[in-house]
Design a protein. Sequence first.
Length: 216
Amino acid sequence: MYVPSSFAETDLKTLHRFIEEHSFATLITNAEGSAFASHLPLLLDRSVGEFGQLIGHLAKANPQSDQLQNQSLLMIFHGPHAYISPAWYESDHTVPTWNYQAVHVYGSCTLETDPAQLKRILEKYVSFYEAAQPVPWSIPDSDTDFVDSLLPAIVGFRIQIERIEGKFKLNQNHSAERQQKVINALRQQAGENQQAIADQMQAHLHQNENDTPSRS
């Protein structure tokens, strides 16, 4: 990913938090010169290795299940994004752009074929995604045989993260005054993406203001 220094996010805790908050990823492989992508949720285990580990599963019928090993994998985690009109800067010599947040993860894969470990992966998924529900659901003991019957149809995997890069493009290459004007304009938009980008821009702007050394 092309990441100008102005937009680079390198703090590992920030990148990990982004992955957890935007866990529905695009998994990309390459087989015989042809790219293949699957869209699926991936769970982060921060405790493994230098950069962490991703845990996932996909259908055994998915051709990508045979492409996971013996190559470097790319996982893209997508965040909010929004069009930025040059009119919002109220300045000459400006052009349209698009603000967005994305994290790219590169790593190698180990397949998980043990039924007990496959079931544990499914339980991790349920636990993670049900945690925010008013009444979290869990796999009933009565459905154990049913769940076990589904395991042969999936392939579990663990991806050791070898490299992680974040691009948070939030108008950092413009003055604080212009950034605030863009934030104000985004606040007038109705979409969730626009509001989320405004929130992220405001947070970064506030952080930069706090990081600026006092001249007093």
